[in-house]
Design a protein around this ligand. Structure first.
Ligand code: DGP
Length: 205
């Protein structure tokens, strides 16, 4: 049995990190072996460059090069992820390929071009997509601090996320009108069956 690959996706400030934290607390309470990986993973050499790019709006990098850095950041962690899955660990990812393609193609790059460098990466067994009916994420504390936190841009990203959503077996969760615990409960209902482990091979993008 291998561990499940789980991704939490959504626009900026939709509560991904809060929900991820609650989910790992649950894993810990139940003694479930897991690892959390947040993409971009800003601690690696590539991740440090990405971090500078995100926080320093004067950092000059063309959109293609930026996208390839984000993709490289996913690839550089993949051996570790596969190894952990094979050892039965659940891998919980806070953002992944779906964010990668959606954010970069919202800048005008073609969807297929953006997906290409990620082809071959493992597909999550479960993707949880947190979303608002409106652009309420812009009201959240801290919104606007980083490069992509602009309302119009987030709207474009949302449309591309929806394109993925139509073709994939996602679990979309509207978080408007739900409190943190209610969202957590919905997420747990979806995730719990996967905590037993899986017998099937990972699929790839
Ligand atoms: P976070 O640390 O979750 O706030 O994510 C940082 C930002 O990076 C967020 O605005 C989404 C964006 N992002 C994540 N992955 C990619 C990617 O592959 N390409 C681009 N262009 N942006 C990404």
């Amino acid at each position: 049995m291998r561990g499940a690959l789980i991704a939490i996706e959504g626009l900026d400030r939709t509560g991904k990190t809060t929900q991820t934290t609650l989910l790992i607390k649950k894993f810990e309470n139940l003694g479930i072996d897991y690892k959390l990986i947040k993409f971009p993973q800003r601690e690696t050499q590539i991740g440090k460059l990405i971090n500078n790019y995100l926080i320093d709006k004067s950092f000059q990098l063309n959109d293609q090069a930026a996208h390839l850095l984000f993709s490289a950041n996913r690839w550089e962690l993949i051996d570790e992820i596969k190894n952990d899955l094979n050892n039965g660990k659940i891998i919980l990812m806070d953002r992944y390929v779906y964010s990668g393609v959606s954010y970069s193609s919202a800048k005008g790059l073609s969807f297929d071009w953006c997906l290409n460098p990620d082809k071959g990466l493992p597909k999550p067994d479960v993707t949880l997509f947190l979303k608002f009916k409106n652009s309420e994420n812009s009201n959240r504390e801290g919104f606007g601090d980083e490069r992509y936190e602009i309302v119009e841009f987030q709207e474009k990203v949302k449309l591309i996320f929806e394109k993925f959503n139509q073709n994939s077996e996602w679990n979309s969760l509207f978080v408007d009108n739900l409190n943190i615990d209610q969202v957590h409960e919905k997420i747990w209902n979806i995730v719990e069956p996967y905590t037993e482990g899986l017998n099937k091979d990972l699929q790839t993008f």
